[in-house]
Ligand binder design. Structure first.
Ligand SMILES: [Zn+2]
Length: 110
């Protein structure tokens, strides 16, 4: 099977299916003292270990309730609640889906 224009795919931690990476939300690991915590990675570019979940409430809840996200990232816990996560994911999905989103607009902020 030839894969032209290869699209990087990642497995959803919630449902276990594979999707294009750009269609998933990424979690990354931060250290809070001695505790490792999984947090949402809004830009999807934080260095280090990452895990992906579909931007759907069902998959988020599944990944959290089964602790698959914690196991995959080897963290103590996931930082925000499902509701906060879902808000963030929904916001990102609404705002980040347009192809013309500006990525270079941080220069003037400081
Ligand atoms: Zn999923």
């Amino acid at each position: 099977m030839v894969r032209r224009g290869h699209i990087p795919q990642r497995m959803c931690t919630g449902c276990g299916r594979r999707f294009a990476r750009s269609g998933l939300v990424r979690f990354t690991v931060v250290e809070d003292g001695d505790t490792r915590i999984a947090v949402l990675d809004p830009g999807g570019k934080a260095p280090g270990r990452g895990a992906y979940v579909c931007p759907s409430r069902r998959c988020l809840e599944r990944a959290l309730s089964r602790r698959t996200l914690e196991r995959r990232l080897r963290v103590e816990r996931v930082h925000p609640s499902v509701d906060d996560l879902f808000d963030a994911v929904a916001t990102r999905a609404a705002g980040g889906a347009s192809p013309g989103n500006t990525r270079c607009d941080t220069a003037g902020e400081s």
